[in-house]
Design a protein around this ligand. Structure first.
Ligand SMILES: Nc1ncnc2c1ncn2[C@@H]1O[C@H](COP(=O)(O)OP(=O)(O)OP(=O)(O)O)[C@@H](O)[C@H]1O
Ligand SMILES: [Mg+2]
Length: 244
């Protein structure tokens, strides 16, 4: 049962190596995503952030390293198994099914749950995004970009995850929408979920993150508190430059 505070294990990624097109992309990447906190992964274009998300989510197979959620070994697990273990992934550029309503997009996202869990999950998602209630029977293609991104996030939340990985939540969205989405991320973490937030805009992510990692050239160049990066912005620059 999900939802209770502090009861979830950390998602622990250890020594991950991932190749794409036979080219090594991630090198010995270790990241821990504790429950009840926002962890951010920062880094320039092409650093390997999305590759990490795809590897954890089961879309890419690591050549080395492990992914574990408590006793569940999720290394090279299929996407259904990762989802079933309670890890929800919002990949970069996730799209809705444009001809389906908001309601049906949410139902599709919960099809593997029992009917009661699906109902509870969708209720929870609508609690976090009450503005979607009046759009429930609207087709996804008629929504604004911001509303669509809310539904994408609602889909992930409807599965009542223990861990949520979000890749580029704010990409292409107006600042006012980003301001609406970020408190939801904070609230989800406060309810006991471990959140990994990937953001192009470091200041947006650091504003709510507890811990931060900086990746460059597929290698972790910094890991520590988000506060330390906020206090000393040159640390972030140094971390970026280290891998250059
Ligand atoms: N489909 C692919 N096939 C082969 N290599 C790829 C593929 N997609 C990405 N790569 C390579 O993997 C490396 C990491 O890319 P990735 O998309 O993980 O970076 P990122 O940190 O998410 O960047 P961005 O900030 O632009 O989203 C890059 O060198 C990229 O060229
Ligand atoms: Mg990316």
């Amino acid at each position: 049962m999900s939802g209770q505070t502090g009861a979830h294990p950390s998602l622990v990624i250890t020594g991950l190596n991932v190749e794409r097109g036979e080219r090594p992309v991630l090198h010995d990447v270790s990241i821990t995503i504790p429950p009840g906190e926002v962890t951010t992964l920062l880094g320039p274009n092409g650093a390997g952030k999305s590759t990490l998300v795809l590897a954890v989510g089961g879309a890419l197979r690591p050549t080395d390293g492990t992914v574990a959620l408590g006793d569940a070994d999720l290394t090279r697990a299929r996407p259904e198994k990762v989802r079933g273990a309670g890890v929800a992934v919002v990949p970069e550029g996730r799209r809705l099914l444009p001809n389906l309503t908001v309601a049906d997009n949410l139902r599709v996202a919960t099809f593997s749950l029992s009917r009661d869990d699906a109902t509870a999950g969708i209720d929870r998602a609508l609690e976090l995004f009450p503005e979607l209630k009046k759009r429930f029977e609207t087709t996804a293609r008629s929504l604004s970009g911001g509303e669509q991104q809310m539904v994408v996030l609602a889909q992930a939340l409807a599965s009542r995850p223990k861990v949520l990985l979000v890749d580029e939540l704010s990409l292409g969205l107006a600042p006012v929408i980003v301001k609406r989405l970020m408190p939801v991320i904070e609230e989800v973490a406060a309810s006991g979920v471990g959140v990994l937030l990937i953001e192009q805009f470091a200041h947006v992510a650091l504003a709510l993150a507890n811990n931060a990692y900086v990746i460059e050239g597929g290698r972790i160049q910094y890991s520590g508190t988000a506060q330390a990066l906020k206090d000393d912005p040159t640390l972030l620059q140094k971390a970026y430059l280290l891998g250059a």
